[in-house]
Design a protein around this ligand. Structure first.
Ligand code: IPE
Ligand code: IPE
Ligand code: MG
Length: 250
């Protein structure tokens, strides 16, 4: 668990994680602490996406995957859900020019067909407007669930089998990779580092297959308060980890 103040952190560029995934949690508690409605926390959280996107891109991250709305978040009160659904519209309207200036490419994963039409359009436009960018991929998980993703992957594989294109005994891990929503990320599909803010230490149905060997960092910081220095501190922690992938230390 990372905590406290971190200043003047020196990072070795060779040890910056290439794919960083963040479970952006704690917006509601941030608002509650200030006697504000929960949606005020979501608004502040959205502004922080802008800050952390810029910081990650500047630090040399290749893919930043942000958990924005889970397949379970529909359980929340209707007013909160509809506010959350409006945030991509606000975010992309405000920040797509900056993302273009930073050469950031937007990607969306999750079942977007269930989102309001205006949200779907804002997402599709942001993806199209940044499609030719060659810098960091900013990958939003929207109406995303790891189990939903695996169910859909299973459906694709069964379909391939039905089509006579695949035999059960021939199924490889790479076939599963290819059927997941992260497939467009190619060799960068698996996060090197997974960060969760707000003090909760659980995965909440995020990237179940892809985090098999991710390094995990949990921090008490609430998402709206998570700063570029906190990101650097997580990267410094990551840089000190010995990733063995089941092997032994060299
Ligand atoms: C994360 O903040 C944002 C979403 C899940 C959409 P929360 O809204 O979960 O904030 P807490 O956990 O209630 O503090
Ligand atoms: C995870 O946070 C989902 C997102 C950050 C989008 P939740 O707040 O929904 O997770 P739980 O309910 O605490 O596990
Ligand atoms: Mg939460």
């Amino acid at each position: 668990m990372l905590n406290g103040k971190q200043k003047d952190i020196e990072l070795d560029p060779a040890r910056v994680p290439r794919h960083v995934a963040i479970i952006m949690d704690g917006n509601g508690r941030w608002a509650k602490k200030r006697m504000l409605p929960r949606i005020a926390g979501h608004k502040q959280g959205m502004d922080n996406v802008r800050t952390i996107t810029r910081a990650a891109s500047d630090l040399g991250v290749k893919v930043l995957t942000l958990y924005a709305f889970s397949t379970e978040n529909w359980k929340r009160p209707e007013g909160e859900v509809s506010y959350l659904m409006s945030l991509p519209v606000t975010f992309f309207n405000k920040f797509v020019p900056e993302l273009i200036e930073q050469n950031v490419k937007v990607m969306i994963m999750g079942d977007t067909s269930m989102l309001p039409a205006s949200t779907q359009k804002a997402c599709a436009d942001a993806v199209a407007d940044t499609a030719n960018n060659t810098g960091m991929v900013l990958n939003f998980a929207l109406n995303y669930g790891g189990r939903d993703e695996l169910v859909r992957a299973a459906q694709k594989l069964v379909q391939r089998a039905n089509d006579g294109d695949l035999q059960a005994a021939d199924v490889q891990a790479s076939d599963i990779d290819a059927a997941l929503m992260t497939a467009p990320l190619g060799e960068l599909a698996d996060p090197d580092l997974l960060i969760r803010t707000s003090g909760e230490e659980r995965i909440s149905n995020f990237l179940l297959w892809q985090i098999a060997y991710s390094e995990l960092v949990f921090t008490d910081r609430l998402w709206p308060d998570f700063s570029p220095d906190d990101l650097k501190a997580a990267f410094a922690d990551f840089a000190g980890r010995d990733r063995r992938f089941g092997g032994i230390k060299k």
